[in-house]
Design a protein around this ligand. Structure first.
Ligand SMILES: [Cu+2]
Length: 358
């Protein structure tokens, strides 16, 4: 799978070079506005004209570092000595969390296709390839602050796949409102395994906790509304999008629903370049039910330690590089995080994207 990811990245790079060289062969006025599309971290923000196609590739790297309980930071030593283990009482389970995640990197390669059968309807398909890595500290035995060692778990492969329709509801000279209606299929694995280090010094291979799994295992509905406005040098948008789980998965649990509210503004700095500012409110619920194969003195194995509420600030750039080609970049940083913890907190999210419409 690592090789596959490298090949896809090389493929994307091969596409970027001709895209950039095309930039010199375009007449003024022949290309669309750079801010016709929202900041690259927003999905389903724009529609296409009848018969138009668009292909896109996004690379997203989310970095998580350090832990939080509510809005307060909590150290690994405090977690290991004070945070209760929900599995305590079962054979070999200590009273507190003796394995503490310290960092996580989530790389997502997102491949998208859009097609508009009519002016009022745009169809969108999104396929993800994920590459996750999580670092941990293992504390020795059932109590105390002595550290036994560290270990890293990894998982990679296809995530869940999303098919949605964007339906224009209202269009005025300066604005457009569309509905987002879709379905997410459970194509991502929920049974990834890797080797861990236990507080007793053993190294078994186990099913990884929920945040390291690649998919939700459930079918989900995608619902949303998107309003965009544009004026001469300025544009703005607002979007609500929710992911609602429709059924319990085959491993006896349902991941929490996700809700996002986005507001953005973009300024055209030049004919082909726009800069953007975005605020996103994000909420994810706890996991309902429990996978009987996931158990251990670690916060990630606890279904009641997944809830997150966050406000993120994003700074972005959109560039039109040639006829139909766009490059975009966005850097996103949380300004508020409230977690059912202890839980790893988001440090930053970087999104790079290429889009080609024809
Ligand atoms: Cu598109």
């Amino acid at each position: 799978m690592k090789l596959f990811i490298k090949r896809m990245a090389a493929f994307a790079a091969c596409l970027l070079v001709p895209a950039l060289s095309l930039a010199d062969h375009t007449e003024p006025g022949e290309h669309p506005r750079p801010d016709d599309h929202a900041p690259i971290g927003v999905m389903g923000d724009h529609v296409h004209k009848a018969g138009e196609w668009m292909f896109s590739y996004r690379f997203m790297r989310m970095t998580m570092s350090g832990n939080r309980d509510g809005t307060d930071s909590i150290s690994p030593d405090d977690i290991a000595t004070t945070a209760p283990n929900r599995f305590f009482g079962m054979p070999g389970q200590p009273p507190t969390l003796r394995i503490v995640p310290t960092e996580m990197t989530m790389d997502m390669h997102m491949f998208g296709a859009m097609y508009a059968p009519t002016d009022g309807v745009t169809l969108m398909l999104m396929v993800n390839v994920l590459d996750n890595e999580m670092d941990h500290i293992t504390f020795a035995g059932g109590m105390g602050s002595e550290r036994l060692g560290t270990f890293t778990t990894r998982s990679s492969g296809f995530g869940d796949t999303r098919l949605s329709g964007l339906f224009t509801l209202n269009e005025t000279r300066n604005g457009r409102l569309h509905a987002i209606l879709g379905i997410e299929a459970p194509t991502g694995s929920t049974s990834e395994r890797d080797t861990i280090l236990t507080p007793m010094g053993m190294r078994p291979e186990v099913r990884l906790p929920y945040p390291m799994q690649l998919g939700s295992g459930s079918w989900s509905a995608v619902l949303g509304l998107n309003q965009s406005w544009s004026w001469d040098r300025f544009s703005a948008g607002a979007q609500w999008q929710s992911l609602i789980r429709l059924n319990e998965n085959g491993d006896d649990y349902t991941r929490g629903d996700e809700h996002r509210l986005n507001l953005w503004g973009a300024w055209r700095l030049a004919d082909r370049v726009s800069a953007s500012v975005r605020l996103e409110g994000f909420q994810r619920g706890n996991t309902d039910g429990q996978d009987p194969m996931i158990m251990g003195p670690v916060q990630t194995a606890d279904p009641d330690r997944h809830r997150a509420r966050r406000v993120d600030l994003g700074l972005g750039l959109n560039v039109v590089v040639g006829k139909g080609h766009r490059l975009a970049l966005e850097w996103v940083k949380p300004v508020y995080q409230n977690l059912d913890g202890p839980q790893l907190e988001v440090d930053s999210n970087l999104v790079l994207g290429w889009q080609y419409a024809f």
